[in-house]
Design a binder for this molecule. Structure first.
Ligand code: CTP
Length: 416
């Protein structure tokens, strides 16, 4: 695929070099199109060497080939990273005084902006107006990350990590022609990862959940415009960078997860949906040893550990909704291996009935299936007036995440 990487004049321009690598390592042909001011940060030699393509900044180079029209026609995707406040304001008003803006004005392919600037510039009414107008005009504007800025200060306005820009740019392409529900104004709570139940200060009971599916769901909800609280227990992968739309809360045990879920769902801001992807331990040691449990070197015996039940958080949410304490749409996940007596589908339906949630996603798991992998195969069960409707989805976890959030959005929109 031919991708144009536009580079605006901001200090984060250096991160665009990594983004270019991510695209070209996937086999895409990337044309780097820096603005003239961005060359103060990263020079043309870097872009030419990394992309293997010549670098131009002005429409008065290669005039014989009418370069901006040729580039715009060949491009299947344009990603601008970093997108400065100035560059976005130019695109909003249709200005075209260099090669990048002239190409953007001519192009018909999807165009993604990844803004980077100081928090004050990001929050300035002029920038907010321009971003809103770009979105209305059909451009995708990625939310900047919240974190350390150029100097010692921090806030919203950081360029997201290259892997995140890469993920969102490709998500824009794959979602073309599919349903794109709008979750703007909705608050979604997602839990991810596996809880750890402490035995002593160094040991715990844990599980093999990687957190990938829950993270993909939180990202899909944020991509569709929702305000997301992602509560993560232990993960095998990095948690996403927080943005103004995606807040990340960290917990460890089932009881901590329960308090965090309650604070998010039963607090002042009402949640529209809760997706319980986390693998919550059903049992915890009755008491945690305050010092490390030691073996007796002269004996072969082993200690017995007494376990007690943890609360069922999802069931608790079903009960509190019944008592009128919240009105969130509730989605559960079930990881099943199946057994000689019962198929995965039978176990999934039985669990759906016993949990009382509005939706249950059933994954078949085994030594080679689902845990820690990017691909998944799942059945989405939904409660209907006539019983249970089901839909099978297989493919990358991001695809299941998008499908699930599309279904959640349509339930929320019918309900409101
Ligand atoms: N769950 C929960 N609280 C628990 C256990 C599970 O909220 N203490 C949620 C999970 O986040 C998931 C769903 O319930 O959304 C199903 O989890 P699972 O462990 O498969 O179900 P269990 O009810 O624990 O059944 P099993 O006996 O098969 O472990």
């Amino acid at each position: 695929m031919r991708i144009i990487l536009g580079i605006g004049g901001g200090i984060a321009a250096y991160k665009a070099a990594m983004l270019l690598r991510l695209f070209s390592e996937q086999g895409h042909d990337v044309v780097a199109m820096p603005t003239r001011s961005s060359l103060n940060f990263v020079g043309a030699a870097t872009w030419e060497a990394l992309s293997g393509n010549p670098v131009r900044t002005s429409v008065f180079e290669d005039v014989d080939s009418v370069n901006h029209v040729r580039q715009a026609e060949m491009a299947e995707l344009i990603v601008v990273a970093p997108a400065t406040a100035d560059l976005m304001s130019k695109v909003v008003t249709g200005r075209a005084d260099d090669l990048l803006t002239a190409t953007i004005l001519t192009a018909t392919c999807p165009i993604v902006f990844a803004p980077a600037m100081h928090t004050q510039m990001w929050n300035n009414p002029a920038t907010r107006r321009n971003v809103a107008q770009l979105r209305r005009d059909g451009f995708t504007v990625i939310e900047p990350a919240v974190g350390r800025l150029t100097g010692r200060d921090s806030g919203a306005g950081r360029l997201p990590e290259p892997a995140e820009i890469h993920r969102q740019a490709l998500a824009v392409l794959t979602s073309q022609g599919t349903e794109n529900p709008d979750l703007t104004g909705r608050r979604i709570v997602v839990t991810a990862g596996g809880t750890r139940e402490a035995l002593d200060p160094v040991r715990y009971l844990g599980n093999r959940s990687s957190g990938r599916q829950g993270i993909a769901i939180a990202q899909a909800a944020a991509d569709l415009g929702a305000s997301v609280d992602l509560i993560v227990a232990h993960l095998e992968v990095e948690a996403p960078e927080p943005t103004e739309r995606l807040r990340v809360h960290r917990v460890s045990s089932a009881l901590e997860l329960e308090s965090s879920v309650h604070a998010s769902v039963l607090g002042e801001d009402s949640a529209d949906a809760v997706v319980m992807t986390a693998a919550v331990a059903d049992f915890r040691p009755k008491s945690m040893a305050t010092t490390k449990i030691k073996k007796d070197p002269d004996a072969d015996d082993a200690p017995s550990i007494e376990l007690v039940r943890n609360p069922d958080i999802l069931k608790g949410l079903v009960d509190s909704r019944r008592r009128g304490e919240h009105s969130a749409f509730l989605v559960g996940f079930a990881a099943e291996t199946g057994s000689p007596e019962h198929s995965v589908a039978e176990l999934g339906e039985a669990k759906f009935r016993s949990k009382g949630s509005d939706m249950l996603v059933v994954n078949e798991v085994g030594s080679e299936l689902v845990f820690g992998r990017d691909e998944t195969a799942a059945t989405i069960l939904v409660a209907t007036n006539d019983g249970i409707a089901s839909e099978s989805v297989s493919g990358p976890k991001a695809v299941l995440a998008r499908r699930l959030m599309t279904r959640v959005a349509s339930h929320l929109n019918i309900g409101s």
